[in-house]
Design a protein around this ligand. Structure first.
Ligand code: GDP
Length: 677
């Protein structure tokens, strides 16, 4: 049986949950239709999701349509959770994008469609709510063409719009206008077909549909359907189209194991569960599995999805989705088996906001730490930062709504009552020039300048290690790279190089101004160690032999000295924005944007609507969201997403350090060695 991993995506409230219920009902998985409005639907798991009517954590439900097993993977619908959406998207074979026939194409619909196109996910469009007052399928279809993609075709039409009797009628070969549009659309994308079409050869309807399916499978064109998730109109036709137009996979169950982890959860006993999409091969219980960056572990249990729920199985094969137990270190986004080409990691925009989480009861701090570590494990983009000095816990965020979700999760799953301090922006630092420093074992401190003799600064090196490092700017988006100068290759045991490399990454979490350093190339230029002393009848003598600890302690001092010499610039995150509003609101909007430090481009007018695009500091996006209704009399629609970093303006923003502060030698040594040297 073939498998189709399907996602349903929609702007909040367009009807994703209702449509999911409808499809499950149609497939006989549930006996009655739950109602979103009563809060008892199959896929909404958290109370907050129910309360807000939004879906956040992805869950999987499986059902059969004809001879295809459909794994329906639930995806979040709020812009704050775009990272989670993308993670799920990378495992999909196809998607249905739901658009409301009443509200039409909304900001989030555009973001989702763009993401689907970027990832080349075959997508059908479902125009929902044809039964609701105000439904207008023609207007919605035109909006789809204008705002989403021109490569669409209406596969049917809707009648009795805006009434309970609203119905869907599918077009067929007898419909001349439909046949002409279909031929034109296929001809636009298929040269062989175009040649036949121009030569006026007779083309069968079956061939056209097969061509349409092929083009849809390549995510080049998108069939459009109409219906109502509430009355069920058009849903059977959509269901049939899911298997006709979206490409189910068989996969090579005997091939090498390859898969991708798109969700990590905890079971009732706190055990880790990894949700994996298999691309190739089969994973069985008791298999030793490789995953992530060099980890491996034994699979202790497997479940696969079957008719609605997850059932125990002996293995999970190519194409399918399985739940795996026993992989303690696994993280969301990890590849399993042979590393697959899907580089899921860099689809994600970084979180640009940060806040401090405070438990209402001081005594709950320990529990809070554990709880947040678990949340971060399910979503490594959450990133928890612990400040041991101030005893504070920082959390990175994508938006304000995420705070509420985290607050509710902590309350519900861990019984923790927390509040947040005000949200701040997360900046990064990039080195400006080149800097170098070195400290020699048993010698005075040295800072070598290029081609000059080392200068002694007079501070003794308390560690049994020699470390010299050079810091230079790296290409944009290169992150941190660590390399060895030719002169030091093979001069020490590998473990010491590893200790230095790890310490470099760790240290650069906080640059000169406290921000993560990025796009920075670090080269090791000097090495030295005291070999292990092994006199007869004598054990290992720490006071005479270097250990990894020496290198780990010394590296931050040397690195920060080099970085200080190089200098850094602080960059703040900028979002790209797009505002659609009534044309007469533009006069008040532009000065308001300037006040928010946004840089708008020239507005473009089309009829009575006006679109302004531009860039805005991430720090100001929330204010813009707040002001938007007043500025546009409630009619403005804002889209925004991280775009780039730009040098921060005005006073340099700094972040309080949470490390031992290697910029201050005395303080650092005091903390690290617990004595002043
Ligand atoms: P989601 O946020 O995309 O999951 O949307 P929901 O399924 O929660 O639906 C949002 C609201 O729209 C709920 O009040 C639904 O009852 C209503 N709704 C969803 N689909 C339809 C539809 O086809 N017709 C009508 N009349 N209402 C709908």
């Amino acid at each position: 049986m073939r498998t189709l991993n399907l996602g349903i995506l929609a702007h909040v409230d367009a009807g994703k949950t209702s449509l999911t219920e409808r499809l499950l009902y149609g497939a006989g998985i549930i006996d009655e239709i739950g109602s979103v409005d009563d809060g008892n639907t199959q896929t909404d798991s958290m109370a907050l999701e129910r309360a807000r009517g939004i879906t956040i954590k992805s869950a999987v439900v499986s059902f059969a349509i004809n001879d295809v097993t459909v794994n329906l993977i639930d995806t979040p619908g709020h812009p704050d959770f775009i990272a989670e959406v993308e993670r799920v998207l990378s495992v999909l074979d196809g998607a249905v994008l739901v658009i409301s026939a009443v509200e039409g194409v909304q900001a989030q619909t555009r973001v989702l469609m763009r993401t689907l196109q970027r990832l080349r996910i075959p997508t059908l469009l479902f125009v929902n709510k044809i039964d609701r007052g105000g439904a207008d399928t023609e207007r919605t279809f035109q909006a789809i063409k204008q705002k989403l993609t021109p490569a669409v075709i209406a596969m049917g039409s809707a009648g009795s719009l805006g009434t309970r009797e609203a119905s869907y009628r599918r077009h067929d070969a007898t419909d001349a206008e439909f046949m002409a549009s279909l031929a034109e659309l296929v001809a636009d994308h298929d040269d062989a077909f175009l040649a036949a079409y121009v030569a006026d050869e007779a083309i069968s309807y079956d061939r056209l549909r097969a061509d349409l399916a092929a083009l849809t499978g390549q995510a080049q064109v998108h069939p459009v359907f109409y219906g109502s998730a509430i009355t069920g109109a058009g849903v059977p036709e959509l269901s049939a189209a899911i298997t006709e137009f979206l490409p189910a996979t068989e996969g090579d169950a005997a091939g090498p194991v390859s898969g991708s982890v798109f969700k990590v959860d905890r079971g009732p006993a706190g055990e880790k569960i990894a949700y994996v999409r298999m691309f190739s091969g089969t994973v069985r219980i008791r298999d030793r599995l490789q995953f992530g960056r060099g980890s491996d572990a034994k699979v202790t249990a497997v479940r696969v999805f079957d008719r609605g729920s997850a059932v125990p199985a002996t293995g999970v094969a190519a194409g399918a989705i399985g739940m795996l137990w026993g992989l303690g270190d696994i993280q969301i986004g990890d590849a399993i088996g042979i590393s697959s080409t899907d580089a899921a990691a860099h689809y994600f925009a970084p979180p640009t906001l940060e806040t401090v989480v405070v438990p209402r009861e001081r005594s709950a701090k320990g529990t809070l730490r554990v709880a947040l570590a678990q949340l971060a494990e399910a979503d490594p983009l959450i990133n928890v930062r612990q400040d041991d000095i101030r005893q504070e816990i920082y959390l990175s965020l994508y938006g304000e709504v995420q705070k509420e979700v985290i607050q509710a999760t902590l309350a519900e799953e861990f019984g923790l009552d927390v509040s947040f301090r005000e949200t701040t922006t997360i900046c990064v630092e990039r080195p400006v020039g080149t800097g170098a420093a070195a400290e020699f074992m048993g010698a005075q401190n040295v800072s070598p300048h290029q081609n000059t003799a080392p200068t002694f600064t007079g501070d003794p090196n308390p560690f049994l290690a020699t470390v010299g490092l050079r810091v230079e700017p790296g290409p944009i988006d290169s992150g941190i790279t660590f390399g060895l100068d030719n002169a030091v290759l093979g001069t020490m045991p590998l473990a010491f190089f590893k200790a230095v490399e790890e310490s470099v990454h760790e240290t650069l979490h906080q640059g000169l101004h406290g921000w993560q350093v990025t796009d920075c190339a670090v080269t090791m230029t000097h090495t030295g160690y005291a070999p292990r002393q092994s006199h007869a009848h004598q054990g290992f003598d720490k006071s005479m032999s270097s250990t990894g600890w020496d290198f780990r302690c010394l590296t931050p001092l040397v690195l920060m000295a080099a970085l200080k010499q190089a200098g850094t610039t602080v960059y703040e995150p900028m979002h790209g924005f797009r505002i659609e509003m009534p044309a007469n609101a533009v006069g008040t909007m532009l000065p308001a944007l300037t006040k928010l430090d946004a840089v708008p481009q020239t507005p473009t007018m089309s009829g009575s609507t006006c679109v302004v695009e531009g860039a805005i500091p991430a720090a100001r996006v929330y204010e813009l969201q707040q002001q938007l209704p007043a500025l546009t009399r409630g009619e403005g629609v804002l889209e925004s997403a991280f775009d780039h970093y730009q040098p921060s303006q005005g006073a340099i923003p700094t972040r309080p350090r949470t490390d031992h502060n290697p910029l201050d030698r005395k303080e650092y040594l005091l903390r690290v060695v617990r004595r002043v040297v």
